[in-house]
Design a protein around this ligand. Structure first.
Ligand SMILES: [Zn+2]
Length: 230
C-alpha cells in the first residue's frame, strides 16, 4: 500500500494502516507492517512519535510467539527450539529514531538489551548519529570509556569506512587510552583498515604490546604480523 502511494494523502493513509498493523497481536503481521514503514520519509513519521514509542513499549512487554512450539517467547529466542521469532521492535527502533523520538539514553538502553534485533537497530542508530553529530560521538566515546555501552557499539563504529573514521580520528584514537580493554583491542584491530597513518598505527600497536590486557596485546601482535608480511 505504501509502495503504491502516489501522493501525501495516500502515504498518510498507508502510514496509519501500517501503524495499526504494527499493533496486531500476530507478531509476523506486526513485523511486516513495521518493516513497510521504513521507507516512509522522516517528516511523515515525525507526527507519529508518541505512537511509535507506545508500540515499542507494548511489544517489549508482549514478547513474541513461537509458531513451531505454540508458546509465548519473552526473551530474544524460543528456549524450547532456539528459533528467533518475528518481532516488530527492530523496525520500531529504527522508525522511532528516524522520527526523532529517541534520545541518546533511550538508544543506549535499547542497545544494551543484548540478543534482541532491536539492540542491533539501536546500535546502528547510535553509530549513524555519532558520525552525523560530533557531540553525540563525544558522548558515546565517554560511555564506551566508562564501559557503559555494549561492545557491539564500538564494533559498529569502527566497522565504518576509513574516510568516516578519519573524520573522527581524534575521538576514536583517544579510545586507545580508554578504561575499556575491549575498546582498546577493537581500535588496534581496526588499524588495518587504514584510517590512521601507517607510522602512527605501527607505533600505537607496538605500544599496545605492553598493554595490561592480554586481549589487547594479542590484537596488537596480530596487527603487527600483518604489517610485516606486506
Ligand atoms: Zn520454539
Amino acid at each position: 500500500m505504501l509502495r503504491a502511494a502516489r501522493n501525501l494523502e495516500q502515504i498518510q493513509l498507508g502510514v496509519d494502516t501500517a501503524l495499526d498493523g504494527a499493533a496486531f497481536e500476530d507478531p509476523k503481521t506486526a513485523e511486516l507492517a513495521a518493516e513497510a514503514l521504513r521507507m516512509v520519509p522522516k517528516e511523515v513519521l515525525v507526527p507519529h512519535q508518541s505512537r511509535l514509542l507506545e508500540l515499542l513499549e507494548m511489544w517489549k512487554h508482549r514478547g513474541s510467539w513461537c509458531y513451531g512450539c505454540g508458546r509465548v517467547v519473552l526473551g530474544s529466542f524460543c528456549e524450547n527450539c532456539r528459533v528467533v521469532p518475528p518481532q516488530p521492535r527492530e523496525h520500531l527502533v529504527y522508525l522511532a529514531f528516524k522520527a526523532g523520538a529517541l534520545n541518546l539514553q533511550d538508544l543506549l538502553r535499547l542497545a544494551n538489551e543484548q540478543g534482541f534485533k532491536s539492540a542491533d537497530a539501536a546500535t546502528k542508530s547510535l553509530s549513524n548519529w555519532a558520525f552525523a553529530d560530533p557531540k553525540i560521538m563525544r558522548a558515546i566515546i565517554e560511555q564506551i570509556d566508562a564501559e557503559l555501552g555494549p561492545n557491539e557499539l564500538i564494533e559498529e563504529i569502527l566497522r565504518q569506512p576509513a574516510d568516516k573514521l578519519q573524520n573522527n580520528s581524534d575521538e576514536l584514537f583517544s579510545l586507545l587510552s580508554s578504561n575499556s580493554a575491549v575498546a582498546r583491542a577493537r581500535v588496534i584491530e581496526s588499524l588495518s583498515s587504514g584510517w590512521v597513518a601507517a607510522d602512527l598505527a605501527k607505533a600505537s600497536a607496538k605500544k599496545a604490546l605492553e598493554d595490561i590486557s592480554p586481549f589487547v596485546r594479542s590484537a596488537a601482535a596480530r596487527f603487527l604480523r600483518t604489517q610485516s608480511s606486506i
